[in-house]
Write a protein that binds this ligand. Structure first.
Ligand code: GSH
Length: 230
């Protein structure tokens, strides 16, 4: 049997499932695409470098050739390696979302395309992902309990959720881009759905964000993606 065109190296964390959710979403709207139908998943063992566990496939030499940063997720598409979650979903969109069902045309729909990038960066560059990641670290992994750090990152996560709440509320939006489910939602949702870990109760604090999470979570493609790798 020939090797699948797409190999996803992953683990079911918010970053990992972001890519599997998008692959499943693409698969459901492009059912005849052979690459999407046959993608393979390699479940990697991961560790948080700061905890110092030993079994750590993501730092092994063969994987560092795929992702020099030694972290999941990474993807190989017909021999081309891509690392960093957002770069991965943008590349998959560029190659496989030919009808721009989850994004926009960067030339003909330049403003909408830019808006999707803005929300992806909002989740990425020092915002939801990193803040919530640090909140998780200081609450659950850090050997030393530093109250200031816990408070700072949990409160910053709350502030970022409030930005999302205000955005979704304006114009009664179903998704970040209005009524279209896009990469912006796929990027942000896996983080926000884990809010209860930090004891942030979306139902009482951010009810509009909660409805958005529920709406996305109810999608069959999202349900499949959340369980990859099993
Ligand atoms: N900015 C990176 C973050 C990736 C990341 O933090 N991956 C974690 C799991 S969610 C990991 O592989 N940790 C293992 C390690 O650092 O050794 C991305 O978005 O891809």
């Amino acid at each position: 049997m020939s090797k699948p065109a797409i190999t996803l190296y992953s683990y079911p964390t918010p970053n990992g499932v972001c890519v599997s959710i998008f692959l499943e979403a693409l698969k459901s709207v492009y059912p005849d695409n052979a690459d999407l139908n046959s993608y393979e998943v390699v479940k990697m063992s991961i560790r948080d470098a700061d905890i110092g566990q030993v079994h750590n496939q993501v730092k092994s030499p063969w994987f560092l050739e795929i992702n020099p940063n030694g972290r999941i997720p990474a993807i190989a598409v017909n021999g081309f390696n891509v690392f960093e979650t957002s770069a991965i979903i943008l590349y998959l969109a560029q190659v496989y979302d030919t009808k721009k069902l989850f994004s926009y045309d960067p030339v003909n729909e330049a403003k909408e395309y830019s808006e999707v990038l803005q929300w992806i960066f909002f989740c990425d560059h020092g915002e939801i992902g990193p803040m919530q990641g640090q909140a998780n670290h200081f609450k659950f992994a850090a050997p030393e309990k530093i109250e200031y750090a816990q408070k700072r990152y949990v409160n910053e996560t709350r502030r970022l959720y409030s930005v999302l709440e205000t955005h979704l509320k304006a114009g009664d939006k179903e998704f970040i881009m209005g009524n279209k489910f896009t990469l912006a939602d796929i990027k942000t949702f896996p983080w926000v759905r884990r809010s209860s870990v930090l004891k942030i109760d979306l139902a009482t604090e951010f009810p509009i964000v909660k409805a958005w999470v529920d709406r996305i979570e109810a999608r069959p493609d999202v349900q499949r993606g959340l369980n990859i790798p099993a």
